[in-house]
Design a protein around this ligand. Structure first.
Ligand SMILES: Nc1ncnc2c1ncn2[C@@H]1O[C@H](COP(=O)(O)OP(=O)(O)OP(=O)(O)O)[C@@H](O)[C@H]1O
Ligand SMILES: [Mg+2]
Length: 350
């Protein structure tokens, strides 16, 4: 038995869509024949192929039937993986059908990343865009609650793509659907990054105009890897006007602007900019300080995308799983301005 015999045998395996056999397509590669083992790679020129598993199984079955004394190993390889090995230049991961991936970061926890991500996503969906959102906060996922889908369990397609949960016209996946925060505490950063990339890259998003990533708080290894390895259209930085939040927001900005990373910062969102009681809608109380994020944005020459007021209903809506932009009012107006400015920034050169 030699490579030619193997190729001859596998030329019976036909790709149903291309209507050609996998040998003529040049997909059978790296055939290795040992005394009692056969190994080969099936190389797909795309990032995924709906027939990959079936074709792999057909090859295995044929080889095992023909050479029953040999063990058989068929490796499925996809274009992105091969390119990484070949060039060694670590190409950025991307999703061909997703036009823009945008990370939402803050540095400090609890300043409103998730609230901002969810409401921007919804606002854009209401304007008719196709939008997805990923909850990347493995230690404290909150999107399932904010969308009111905590009891949902995402399913998988036949070719093992995760099917996002859809609510309010937005497709959503949360790491919280798959990993309990208590278990996540034991995970090291590379494991978290792998799980998150799988969630992002092996899901059936379909065609999307925007995919938002609601990042965990902080500026650690997880953030570094994600912003470095994904092809992002840009990042939004959220901060309250408070000094401690601003200091952490600056760390996020430094990370994004680092010369080896260089992700475009689409702008700063000042969340909880002032408090307005429902019964006194004209009054503004600057409980976390006045215009702190606005000043930071000006100093760093970054756009201020919007000031979002601190309104009791935002918190209640988040807990109730009904995002605030679904109702008319000051919060919806602020998010309308935010999305308009965000879209403007996306059109400008970096
Ligand atoms: N503008 C606002 N007005 C009122 N409450 C708000 C506002 N923005 C956020 N909140 C509330 O503050 C809390 C923290 O917000 P959120 O979960 O969005 O922050 P986060 O930055 O994502 O937090 P974490 O770092 O834990 O992921 C939530 O209870 C949310 O409902
Ligand atoms: Mg959050």
């Amino acid at each position: 038995m030699n490579t030619k015999d193997i190729l001859h045998l596998l030329s019976q395996v036909v790709h149903p869509e291309k209507n050609k056999d996998i040998v003529s397509l040049g997909w059978v590669q790296n055939v290795q024949i040992g005394a009692d083992a056969i190994a080969l790679a099936l190389h797909f020129p795309s990032q995924r192929d709906p027939f990959a598993n079936t074709l792999g199984q057909q090859c295995e079955r044929l080889l095992k039937e023909t050479y029953p004394t040999h063990s058989v190993q068929v490796d499925l390889q996809f274009a992105a993986v091969q390119r990484a090995v070949k060039t060694n230049a670590a190409p950025k991961d991307t999703l061909p059908e997703v036009k823009k991936i945008i990370a939402v970061m803050s540095g400090k926890g609890g300043v409103g990343k998730s609230t901002v991500s969810v409401n921007i996503a919804l606002m854009l969906a209401q304007k008719g865009y196709k939008v997805g959102i990923v909850d990347a906060d493995i230690y404290g996922p909150s999107l399932p609650k904010m969308f009111g889908v905590e009891d949902e369990h995402p399913t998988a397609t036949e070719d093992n793509l995760i099917v996002p949960v859809e609510k309010y016209g937005v497709k959503m996946l949360s790491i919280g659907f798959f990993v309990k925060p208590a278990d996540a505490l034991l995970w090291r950063a590379p494991m978290v990054v792998n799980a998150l990339k799988q969630l992002l890259l092996q899901a059936q998003w379909g065609a999307l105009d925007f995919l938002f990533i609601d990042m965990p708080p902080g500026t650690g290894d997880i953030h570094l890897s994600l912003v470095n390895e994904l092809k992002l259209a840009g990042a939004v930085v959220v901060s309250t006007p408070q000094q401690v939040a601003l200091a952490d927001a600056r760390k996020s900005i430094s990370l994004l602007q680092h010369e080896s990373i260089h992700v475009k910062i689409l702008g700063v969102v000042e969340n909880m900019a002032w408090f307005t009681p429902a019964e006194l809608p004209q009054n503004k109380y600057y409980i976390f300080g006045k215009a702190g994020a606005q000043r930071m944005a000006a100093e760093l020459q970054l756009p201020l995308l919007a000031e979002i007021p601190l309104v009791q209903s935002v918190c209640e809506d988040g807990d109730a799983g009904i995002p605030s932009v679904l109702q008319e009012g000051a919060v919806k107006d602020a998010f309308e301005k935010l999305t308009d400015n965000l879209q403007l920034q996306l059109t400008l050169p970096s």
